[in-house]
Write a protein that binds this ligand. Structure first.
Ligand SMILES: [Zn+2]
Ligand SMILES: [Zn+2]
Length: 245
């Protein structure tokens, strides 16, 4: 039952009688008649085609005995790794939430205005004065409660040299968040084609998109009088007829 030329894995000798040698069922290593310690009857049993008993060499036996320990060690290692991954995931989520909050805070004083006509002047200072004047006129038409001093007005992006009539959006930095909110609250009074929007982060815009989809879904499911409203600066789906809102 032993392949030709194979030596005993214990004594390293060529087996004298190949019929007496046995192979380990796990590592397939050969053991000669002097080394395996099996009786002639047991050896015969290994020759049977339908045998159910297995034979393991000493080294495989001791490995098998250590298996529960090895498994436990591996499991402990895996457990530690999972915990570390969870911690890292939490850390990243928290970190990005903090960054998002800081970014929202930075943008809270800002407004983005569309369709304020560009000045025809080539002088940057004059262009700026033009934009500031236009913006102050818009504010005056909306509310008297806003402080118009020290407002910064910045055109966003490069001007299209081929189409100078195309006006770029304007970023306005108000003196305070309250001023920005006051303007937004009154923007429905605008008569010009001008559009005023809050300076939102990508996540805020995505969230608003999600709310609009949700509103559409609920409305098509038969709910009525739903609308999106800003409550303490946060957009929410509310019932128009609910007095609390
Ligand atoms: Zn041997
Ligand atoms: Zn073995």
């Amino acid at each position: 039952m032993s392949p030709k030329g194979k030596t005993c894995s214990k004594c390293h000798a060529q087996p004298n009688d190949k019929k007496k040698s046995v192979s380990c069922d796990s590592c397939k290593g050969l053991l000669c008649g002097e080394c395996h310690g099996l009786s002639p009857t047991e050896i015969r049993a290994f020759g049977l085609k339908t045998r159910v008993v297995t034979f393991l060499c000493d080294s495989c036996k001791s490995t098998m005995a250590q298996l529960p320990l090895i498994m436990k060690k591996k499991l402990d290692e895996l457990d530690k790794e999972v915990q570390q991954l969870r911690l890292r995931q939490n850390m990243l989520a928290t970190e990005s939430a903090i960054q998002e909050l800081a970014e929202r805070g930075k943008r809270a004083n800002n407004l983005i205005i569309y369709d304020i006509p560009e000045s025809s002047s080539d002088q940057p200072l004059q262009r700026q004065e033009h934009d500031t004047k236009e913006w102050k006129m818009i504010i005056a038409s909306l509310t008297k409660k806003v402080n118009c001093d020290d407002i910064k007005v910045i055109r966003l992006g490069r001007q299209d040299s081929k189409n100078r009539n195309l006006s770029r959006p304007v970023k306005v930095i108000m003196k305070s968040k309250t001023d920005a909110i006051e303007v937004l609250r009154n923007k429905s009074k605008l008569t010009k084609p001008t559009k005023i929007q809050p300076d939102q982060t990508v996540m805020q815009r995505e969230y608003l998109k999600y709310l609009r989809d949700e509103l559409e879904r609920r409305t098509s499911n038969g709910e009525t009088d739903l609308t999106i409203k800003y409550i303490h600066g946060q957009p929410k789906i509310v019932n128009r007829t609910d007095k609390k809102n």
